[in-house]
Write a protein that binds this ligand. Structure first.
Ligand SMILES: NC(=O)c1ccc[n+]([C@@H]2O[C@H](COP(=O)([O-])OP(=O)(O)OC[C@H]3O[C@@H](n4cnc5c(N)ncnc54)[C@H](O)[C@@H]3O)[C@@H](O)[C@H]2O)c1
Length: 263
């Protein structure tokens, strides 16, 4: 799966799943543009790609701000001459129920996770149209298909991301623009480290996450990035509007433990 001559924009590409995606695409020949609000991590991620012989640029944006995203996407087009693919990995997690989530948290999560994806898509799609097609891959979550307790805004945003993905797949299919979503289970990234740090015993969070996946472990970022790369590549040319779980079997199992010796 080579990406020679391809230009790919990765939001949230400074860390975690987005960073791994940028690395894989660059290793396979793509010019990668990282759009992220973390300058330090963003420049480091770029440096790492360049040191390995790849092409990468960094643009600082808050994905919730369309003007910033649009200006960054135009710069990428100026630098690399075109845009072929968009990967949306920027996201944040906040905790709360329908009652305990406050307006600020709701807006923060929805603005980054959902509006941020729309912002990136509406900035990039005109450039994909110029190229006669392209791909969009949104990193959603298993929480787009099910939920846990106390993650209302996040769950809503990730469900919404599937709606965004499917709408775009329908609207732009005739122009050979494919939009797909991946729904990871738990992944070993800075986001998970942050979530675990909220617990008195962070290791117990990792242990519980490992145990709840039928494969017996959480994912490494590159295991998600490999699927993202496939969906961004022409090898997946007949896949659009699809939602792919990449969850170590998490959503396959029936919950609960039967109390019988027979199983
Ligand atoms: N880690 C997991 O277990 C897991 C599981 C399922 C889905 N996801 C989703 O995968 C995506 C990537 O998650 P991750 O675990 O790599 O997270 P991460 O926190 O490790 O990385 C997220 C990146 O997004 C950037 N970002 C966040 N808000 C931004 C904003 N407003 N503007 C620009 N950049 C911003 C961060 O700076 C960071 O570089 C997220 O959408 C997340 O919801 C993660």
């Amino acid at each position: 799966m080579r990406f020679d001559e391809k230009v790919v924009i990765v939001t949230g590409g400074a860390l975690g799943i987005g960073q791994a995606t940028g690395e894989i695409l660059a290793e396979r020949g793509a010019a990668v543009a990282i759009l992220d609000w973390d300058d330090g991590a963003g420049f480091k991620a770029c440096e790492k790609i360049r040191e390995a012989g790849g092409k990468a640029v960094f643009e600082r944006v808050n994905v919730a701000n369309f003007q910033e995203v649009s200006a960054a996407v135009k710069k990428v087009k100026d630098v690399f001459g075109k845009v072929n693919s968009l990967v949306v990995s920027a996201g944040i997690q906040r905790y709360g129920t329908a009652v305990s989530t406050n307006e600020d948290q709701w807006e923060e999560v929805l603005n980054v996770n959902l509006k941020g994806a729309w912002n990136a898509a509406r900035a990039v799609i005109p450039f994909l149209q110029e190229q006669g097609g392209g791909t969009i891959v949104n990193v959603s979550s298993v929480q787009a298909l099910a939920s846990q307790q106390n993650v209302l805004a996040y769950t809503v945003s990730k469900h919404g991301l599937l709606g965004l993905t499917r709408s775009m797949a329908m609207d732009f299919a005739k122009e050979n623009i494919r939009a797909n979503a991946v729904c990871p289970g738990t992944v070993d990234t800075p986001m998970l480290k942050w979530a675990a740090s909220l617990d008195q015993n962070p290791q117990s969070v990792y242990d519980a996450c490992n145990a709840m996946h039928p494969l017996g472990r959480i994912a490494q970022p590159r295991e998600i990035a490999e699927v993202v790369a496939f969906l961004a590549h022409e090898s997946s040319s007949f896949v659009t509007g699809a939602v792919w779980t990449v969850d170590g079997g998490l959503l396959t199992q029936i919950g609960g433990v039967p109390q019988t010796d027979a199983v």
